[in-house]
Design a protein around this ligand. Sequence first.
Ligand code: NAD
Length: 497
Amino acid sequence: EPAGINGSSQPKKVIVLGGDGFCGWPTSLYLSDQGHDVVIVDNLSRRNIDVELGCDSLTPIQSPSVRKRGGMRLSNLALISSCDRCLLLPSEIHERADYYMYLSACPGGNALSSNLDNNSVDAGDDMARSFRHGVNLSHSRFLLRFFHFSPTLFFAVQVRVQAWKEVSGKDIKFVNLDIAKEYDLLVQLIKEEKPDSIVHFAEQRAAPYSMKTSKTKRYTVDNNVGGSNNLCCAVIDSEVDAHIVHLGTMGVYGYGTSGGEIPEGYIDVILPGGREANILHPAYPGSVYHATKCLDALLWQFYQKNDQLRITDLHQGIVWGTNTPQTVRDERLINRFDYDGDYGTVLNRFLMQGAMGVPLTVYGTGGQTRAFIHITDTARCIEIAINNPPKAGERVEIFNQVAETRRVRDVAKLVADQTGVEMNLLPNPRQEAAENELDVSNKKFCSLGLDPITLDEALFNEVTEVVQKYKHRCDPTKILPASFWNKKRAEECASLD
Ligand code: NAD
């Protein structure tokens, strides 16, 4: 019997890769709330890209208390880093000492942490633990890791996890790890945690960012395809029979190319010679980012066939909304809200512009039809997928994770009517058809109990309230498109400035 949305399945151990992101964070809280044991893995690259682009989440995902407690003097940096998971609580140090572990494994660690207060563990004990975990990082590796990421960011994630513990009584572990670059640590983590499921959100997910420069194109391919390949290899090497649940995108199908309802992943075809076959829906990516999701799909297919990995690929629509019943429980749990030209997804961008009273930026004629899903349903769908893994040897399970499809200009009109702002038609920075139809099947999730939330004005109010509350944090210069698909698009957009 499949376990549906409130299925009676046993609680599971779940690693959430990319669990600090827009979808990953609320999903982690939802899974934890449902009784699953959650470990978040994230290298905080998304926060670093914000720094690179000079943007920030509209919502304050870093609590101000971070800045009060943290300092930027070297001794404080050591304190923050070493206590990132210790939380300065002696009783919890044993479960959460990974960063201290790095410190103590470094010859300079003791000097750096000489200012630790009484809550610290002594170096001998800590060194023993670092060996128990089998990690022995060199001094230079430690320094690299230490200075590459801002320690303030380490601390911010810890504040989130700590806040969840306070409001729910539940533990979520956080591990800072790059799945595309730190293969051995990924294998070790899977061996130690022995997860039932690994949810994979950890990719560079903005199509515009992926099209910005050769550097961002190459980064997106290396990070996304490398990370997915590493994940498959790590599951095989660790000999843990974990079910992989990957977040793919509706964009793998290509928009409006099939001419009918898009099925869930596979289509019937007649091959040359007349043989009938059921194959993966042809891939037709519209950006480098979407191309990585198509390449992912081939990797899933190969590793399932070759190594009998159990894999579910979720072809998700554009996610909208901000908070979920879990993230509203404490301001420190607030979810990320991207509004900039690269990361701001279309509906959230319109809702923000509406609330700010500035014209809605509709690209081209707004004739593109897109699939949408609310953030609360993203989390629910992930749990359904976790509760309904394919059996060993079964082909990759594919769900279309969408609630509905709408034309962009119709969505803009909904927001314009509600807020009274105008629609501003801008040249399209993307290389795509001006108009397309999109008809998508989502029968599998619905048959497993999902009753999807649709674009409802009441929910618009939630986002509008969030935007009103934090609009002082908005930098309006970041709203317009900042990435163009090719030189022609860039020139067209520039000529109409
Ligand atoms: P996000 O950028 O907010 O979150 C992704 C997280 O993964 C970030 O916290 C980032 O730091 C982390 N990450 C990236 N590379 C990593 C690596 N190599 N190692 C460890 N962590 C890494 O994105 P999101 O909106 O939460 O999207 C999550 C997933 O869902 C993505 O794969 C995306 O393609 C997919 N998706 C999102 C949407 C949407 O509308 N947001 C729509 C369809 C599909």
